[in-house]
Design a protein around this ligand. Structure first.
Ligand code: PHE
Length: 443
């Protein structure tokens, strides 16, 4: 057996975890869901879910990984015996399933980037529809999907330090600078204030009890923080004992939320300034691949350059997430089958590619995959809370005391993971399943 790799530094781990969290979900899901779910009401629910549910579970995943130093497939078994094998399966299934359609959307991103640089972008809504039709069907989807998966596989096969850590160390600061620049530019657009107020900062209290808004807040928070799927287990299994997990989890969650907000501050002014309001409410991908390219195209050459920056940024955000998704099956294969990293990477990538073919061929299929897997993440989060709050409750506190975490924070987290998180997630899960099912029947 070769020795288990470790992150080079604590910062490297935080950047990698933040890289996993910040992704297409922040750029596309956050804006869309906030606009659908009553702006500030959605934001309030989102922040509550993050503080009450996601943080304790995020720390829980980290503890699960660090204290067992095992892959997501093996960690639950090591901690609580063979009865917990299904959780490992859930992690492996959910990460492959999500990556399968995530890579397809990454492919559209690459294609849009390519169009911004070399071909040109749609100038009105009719052209925009055709444009999206072209990038989301036919041969170009497969080219984009294979390119994205191939690049992801190359990074993961280079290893934790030389691949994932090196990638995120460069990409995350770059991503943040690009975001800031674009948000500042967006603020100068004529529709900026109206954009902020009509989507993000509008208040409608009745939305707080709306089932779809509640589901949106849960799914967005879990998806955006890459939670309930074993990623943080995998990443934390390469950690030393000294890292202060609560602090690091808090940094990741804050950064992720800030990026979601900043992305909204880029998207909404563009949407409002160029009269693209209807597109964003029509489909989840509308804002990102229909409204934004059209908005940018209205600005001529400069617009194409800005579009290239934006879609370059989206791709950077996406690849730091896709490598984390691939690391789950890869580390699990290395652990259970004793394969080397390279073999595990290529076998996992092939499986993910095959699983992604239906999503590449059909938008409806992709939408359903997104909806189903989002709910599975919440289920994963619930099981993690049960595992660490009830089945092996001592592990949580022990691990945090060993790294000398702040006592009050520790008490808060231990209380939450036992009493509040599982209860709230159970409610969220029931509402989400009900809402998902009801939406299907209704359509
Ligand atoms: N968190 C990533 C995003 O916001 C996507 C992701 C989801 C990555 C689940 C890993 C696991 O886009």
């Amino acid at each position: 057996m070769t020795e288990r790799e470790q992150w080079k530094s604590g910062l490297g781990f935080v950047l990698a975890a933040a890289g996993s969290a910040v992704g297409l979900g922040n750029l596309w899901g956050f804006a869309y869901r906030a606009s659908q779910g009553g702006g500030l009401a959605f934001l309030l629910l989102y922040v509550i879910v993050v503080l009450v549910v996601c943080l304790p579970v995020l720390v829980g995943e980290m503890i699960l990984g660090r204290s067992t130093a095992s892959s997501p497939f093996v960690a639950p078994i090591k901690l609580a015996g063979n009865n917990w094998k299904p959780l490992g399966f859930l992690f492996a299934l959910a990460s492959c399933g999500i990556l399968s359609f995530y890579a397809v959307i990454m492919g559209w991103t690459v294609d849009t980037l390519f169009h911004s640089l070399f071909v040109g972008l749609p100038s009105d809504m009719r052209e925009a529809g055709d444009f999206f039709g072209r990038i989301s069907s036919g041969k170009s989807v497969f080219i984009g999907q294979i390119f994205s998966l191939g690049l992801t596989a190359l990074v993961v096969s280079a290893g934790v330090r030389r691949g994932i850590e090196r990638l995120t160390r460069w990409c995350m600061p770059l991503l943040f600078l690009l975001l800031l620049f674009l948000a500042l530019w967006s603020a100068t657009l004529p529709g900026a204030i109206e954009g902020y107020t009509s989507f993000l900062f509008k208040w409608d209290a009745s939305q707080l009890l709306d089932k779809t808004t509640i589901r949106n807040a849960f799914t967005q928070a879990f998806f955006s923080l890459s939670l309930g799927i074993g990623i943080m287990v995998a990443y934390s299994s390469y950690l030393g004992k000294k890292n202060k997990l609560p602090k690091e989890a808090f940094q990741v969650a804050s950064f992720d939320t800030a990026v979601g907000l900043l992305a909204g501050m880029i998207t909404f002014p563009i949407v409002l300034s160029f009269g693209l309001k209807d597109v964003i409410s029509e489909s989840t991908v509308g804002a990102l691949f229909i409204a934004l390219p059209t908005g940018f195209a209205n600005l001529g050459g400069i617009g194409r350059l800005l579009a290239a920056l934006f879609f370059g940024l989206a791709f950077i955000a996406a690849i730091t997430s896709s490598v984390s998704l691939l690391e789950v099956p890869v580390s699990s294969m290395m652990d259970t089958l004793s394969w080397n990293r390279r073999k595990s990477v290529w076998v996992s990538t092939l499986i993910v590619f095959l699983l992604g073919i239906p999503s590449a061929l059909s938008l409806d299929f992709l939408g359903n995959m997104d909806a189903i897997f989002n709910v599975l993440l919440i289920l994963g989060g619930f099981l993690i809370a049960i595992l660490l709050g009830w089945v092996v409750p001592s592990r949580y506190d022990e691990d945090l005391s060993a790294s000398d975490s702040n006592l009050r924070v520790r008490k808060y987290l231990v209380f939450m993971i036992r009493w509040i998180s599982p209860t709230v997630i159970a409610c969220g899960l029931i509402i989400s399943i009900y809402d998902l099912f009801f939406n299907w029947v209704a359509s």
